[in-house]
Design a protein around this ligand. Structure first.
Ligand SMILES: [Zn+2]
Length: 203
């Protein structure tokens, strides 16, 4: 687990297929589904899908540490919890390549310095735009903030619906999956976890 989580893998392959190879592959999938890639409505689809994939999987080209690394602000005196909740995210499960749609709640306990708040949402987005399991994504967000900001602790909760469950197989629409990762003071002190949970739920 640690090995997977620690190196925040970016692009895994050194040489990528060409745009044409990607479009050809999509034409194969269209035929596999039972349709005709040559019919008018589908002629531009391979190019569109390839372009959409570029965006949906752009997280492989981005390093969360670049976002986090230069953005510290010194704060005088504030050392209590900073929580950004209800960060919407879209990802894709690595098993079926269909969407995971959810919200992230990310908190940390500062040790002398804080992050620009938009940076946290940006980190969630970078990890979301890769093929994921929800468990790995939760740990990656927590560990990347933990290792770059070095706060007293990080708490991350993801609450998401997996389209692979909603649309196929058991077809459990509306069920959500909750995952949490705690580091530092959050991990050591259950009372801090409770405080995080109640702040996430508080309205
Ligand atoms: Zn899946």
């Amino acid at each position: 687990m640690d090995a997977v989580v620690k190196n925040f893998p970016q692009t895994v392959v050194s040489e990528r297929p060409t745009q044409k190879e990607a479009e050809d592959a999509i034409r194969v999938l269209l035929r596999w589904a039972g349709d005709d890639p040559q019919r008018e409505g589908l002629l531009d689809t391979p190019a569109r899908v390839a372009k959409a994939y570029r965006e949906l999987f752009s997280g492989y080209d981005l390093n969360p540490e670049d976002v986090l690394g230069r953005t510290f602000e010194e704060v005088s005196g504030y050392d209590d919890m900073v929580l950004v909740r209800d960060i919407p995210f879209f990802s894709h499960c690595e098993h079926h390549m269909v969407p995971i749609i959810g919200k992230a709640h990310v908190a940390y306990l500062p040790k002398g310095r804080v992050l620009g708040l938009s940076k946290i949402a940006r980190v969630v987005e970078i990890f979301g735009r890769r093929l994921q399991t929800q468990e790995a994504m939760t740990a990656q967000i927590a560990n990347s903030i933990d290792e770059t900001l070095r706060p007293r602790g990080v708490a991350v909760m993801l609450d998401a619906e997996h389209m692979c469950m909603a649309m196929r197989g058991v077809q459990k629409q509306g069920s959500s999956t909750l995952t949490t990762t705690f580091t530092g003071a959050f991990k050591a002190d259950p009372a801090e976890q409770v405080r995080f949970m109640s702040m996430v739920r508080g309205r």
